[in-house]
Design a protein around this ligand. Structure first.
Ligand SMILES: [Zn+2]
Length: 183
């Protein structure tokens, strides 16, 4: 028997924390990332998706702008796409929709930026680069937990005057952490 795993989640809309339980089977059946749908009323009044990896580590969140009522959903033929992608066990409280794939393009963009940091002329150009990556991730992923940190660093660099080797190293170290967290 598989025991359910408890995962701590944070709503991407109101940031309220909560715990959800998912059967271990769900993690094992999906190859890389599993998408969990948390319906309104589970942790807070919002419906959102949680992306978790095989180690049950939360990799990101996606807010939902509109939830089609269940009665309409069952009549809509376009919803049949999900059927082949998951096999919900009887006890499953939250169904995964489609396996989420993090865009490899985002990783490549962050890696490119990492290589350019040494050549950037000022902290403000570095801030611009980080802000660009932030917006790229947001447009592709919706919410990701590294986004607030990226924003902080971009804001601090924008007002920072010192741009020596030490400062560059600090930024590079941080960018490597982001790269690690987004993989
Ligand atoms: Zn919420």
């Amino acid at each position: 028997m598989h025991s359910p795993r408890t995962i701590l989640v944070v709503c991407p809309v109101c940031e309220k924390r909560g715990e959800i339980q998912i059967p271990e089977q769900v993690i094992q059946e999906n190859k890389n990332t599993s998408t969990i749908l948390v319906r309104a009323g589970i942790t807070c009044p919002h419906t959102y998706q949680v992306f978790i990896d095989r180690k049950c580590i939360v990799r990101g969140y996606q807010r939902t702008d509109y939830e089609v009522p269940v009665a309409e959903q069952s009549k809509n033929p376009s919803f049949t796409f999900a059927a082949q992608d998951f096999h919900p066990p009887a006890t499953m409280p939250h169904k995964p929709v489609i396996p989420a794939k993090l865009d490899p393009f985002i990783r490549a963009a962050i890696r490119d930026f990492l290589g350019e940091i040494d050549t950037l002329p000022s902290p403000s150009t570095c801030a611009k680069g980080i802000a660009g990556l932030h917006d790229l991730i947001q447009s592709q992923q919706g919410f990701h937990f590294i986004l607030p940190d990226m924003k902080n660093w971009a804001n601090n660099l924008r007002i920072g005057a010192i741009w020596d080797e030490k400062a560059k190293e600090r930024v590079k170290k941080r960018v490597r952490i982001w790269l690690d967290k987004i993989s």
